[in-house]
Ligand binder design. Structure first.
Ligand code: AMP
Ligand code: MG
Length: 499
């Protein structure tokens, strides 16, 4: 007989003053059933994996039973939604159970999403539909495998109930794990209420938890701002390098820990287009692919405004410091972008004098991809096979361009540039294959998973796609269809929050 599942909780957020959260327990559901439990993540968190293969674990992840030591809370925050400040948001359907220290020594929040109403639910039902839960599970785990900072998925369950959305899809709950769920909007919530004490307590909390290396710096709050700016610059550069569109980069969806959070109408690009938008609610394209760095910068300005009073008693001095930090975002982002993109095309030895030329080379490739409806993921994947430069090796990539000569023209410049470096083609190819995925959770694949789940409670497509995505850069025999772009009838034009 296995032991009952337990978490070695070590809670810290719930010990902060009570204005940061509301104490609220999940609402029980009728007939919970486990869809997936993430053994690997559980082991990394120091949990007893075997104990979670037990019906008692389903009850915990459904919110029907509270594990020992849990201090369930919903966090307060606000947010600028598509640029407009909404002063009241908060966890309307998420409840944090508590925190654990992982095997890496870092602190992680364990949070149920879809677990019932909270004081922040406003008109919402506090629930999540199965489709968005499956999407979040797939995409967040895929991002983690691709080395993108992100919340993780520990478990997903169905509730046995239906939720009222477009139609009546089955309800589900996802258990998310994060280095912290504090958002830009958490700071803004207290700043706009004039609660400077809370802003300072929150800043001290995230410094101690997420940025301990800066706590002794001359001005820890300025260092916090710089660190958050730097992590977001890196994060958004990584999104861009994978063709990922978050879709709702509101200030309540920007994490202070620098993780990708709140997977809503997010999606990966198939055919490359810089202005691509999937989200059904993003009418102006505010969060279009190419606007993501600017949107991130805008959100960071709101963070800076919220913490500017902490910087210096002298208002002008404080503003000058903050301005300097904020102005560094484009430079930091450009540097991360160029480093990552250079690696994607096989370059390793970029010197300062190469930088402008390398950026122009990459921009030229992207422009040709857009003009020729080339698939983003497959272009970079097949680029490594084109290294040797014989026509045979170029077949795959040339096929992706409506006018293959456009690729050929670019390839001449690319090969000339590669010739400046000492690496052999084999070495280069091996490196490129490690960072350019062949398999990503393409929209049409995710859509098929969602349809099978919502329409038939059939999770086989989910399990199969999860399995393929575990090794995104390795060719897997028999899994060709998972690498293919959608055929015309499979193309997903819009994605929905499903909230
Ligand atoms: P999201 O789009 O998931 O980032 O959510 C934006 C805000 O709406 C957050 O404050 C959520 O907690 C809240 N929200 C979204 N869906 C629901 C729901 N079904 N019930 C209650 N609150 C919700
Ligand atoms: Mg959100």
């Amino acid at each position: 007989m296995t032991e009952r599942p337990t978490f070695p909780f070590d809670n810290s957020f719930a010990k902060l003053p009570d204005y940061f959260y509301s104490n609220v327990a999940p609402t029980a559901v009728t007939k919970p059933a486990m869809i997936q439990f993430n053994d690997t993540l559980a082991a990394d968190l120091g949990l007893d994996v075997a104990a979670f293969h037990n019906p008692a674990a389903t009850d915990i992840f459904a919110g029907n039973a509270l594990p020992e030591g849990a201090e369930p809370i919903a966090m307060a925050y606000c947010g600028h939604q598509f640029g407009n400040l909404n002063p009241e948001l908060g966890d309307g359907r998420a409840i944090m159970l508590g925190e654990v220290i992982g095997n890496d020594g870092l602190r992680y929040d364990i949070q149920l999403k879809g677990s019932g109403r909270t004081p922040y639910s406003r008109n919402g039902d506090g629930r999540a539909a199965l489709g968005p839960v499956l999407r979040e599970y797939l995409l967040s785990e895929a991002m983690a495998t691709l080395n993108v900072p992100t919340t993780r998925a520990l478990a997903a369950v169905t509730t046995g109930e239906q939720v009222r959305r477009q139609g009546m899809p089955p309800g589900a709950i996802i258990t998310r794990v994060a280095r912290g769920f504090v958002r830009v909007g958490t700071f803004v919530y207290f700043a706009i209420r004039g609660n400077q004490t809370a802003v300072k307590e929150l800043a001290d909390y995230v410094i101690a938890r997420n940025y301990p290396e800066i706590k002794d710096s001359a001005n820890p709050y300025l260092a916090l701002l710089e660190s958050v700016i730097d992590r977001q610059a890196l994060l958004i550069a990584k999104w861009m390098q994978l063709g990922f569109i978050h879709g709702v980069m509101n200030t309540d969806n920007m994490s202070i820990s620098g993780e990708t959070i709140d997977y809503g109408p997010c999606a990966f690009i198939d055919e490359y287009h810089p202005g691509k938008v999937f989200s059904s609610i993003d009418h102006q394209g505010r969060y279009a692919y190419q606007n993501q760095p600017a949107a991130g910068h805008w959100d960071l300005c709101r963070f800076a405004e919220a913490i500017v009073p902490l910087m210096d008693e002298d208002k002008d001095a404080a503003v000058a410091m903050v301005q300097g930090a904020i102005n560094s975002f484009p430079t930091r982002y450009d540097a991360y972008w160029l480093t990552g993109m250079s690696q994607k095309i096989g370059l390793t030895q970029t010197t300062d004098t190469d930088k402008d030329a390398d950026k122009a080379l990459i921009d030229d490739l992207l422009a040709r991809m857009a003009d020729n409806q080339a698939d983003f993921t497959l272009t970079f994947y097949h680029l490594s096979d084109a290294l040797a430069g014989s026509d045979d090796n170029d077949v795959m990539i040339r096929d992706l361009f409506t006018d293959a000569s456009s690729f050929d023209e670019w390839a001449v410049k690319w090969r000339r540039r590669l010739g400046d470096e000492s690496a052999t083609d084999a070495e280069r190819q091996q490196r490129m294959h490690q960072i350019n995925p062949l398999y990503i959770p393409r929209n049409h694949l995710v859509e098929a998973v969602i349809r099978a789940g919502e329409d038939h409670l059939d999770f086989e497509p989910f399990y199969e796609l999860m399995e393929v995505l575990r090794k995104p850069c390795t060719v897997q025999a028999g899994k060709e269809k998972y690498a293919m772009p959608p055929i015309k009838t499979e193309v997903v034009h819009q994605t929905f929050c499903g909230t």
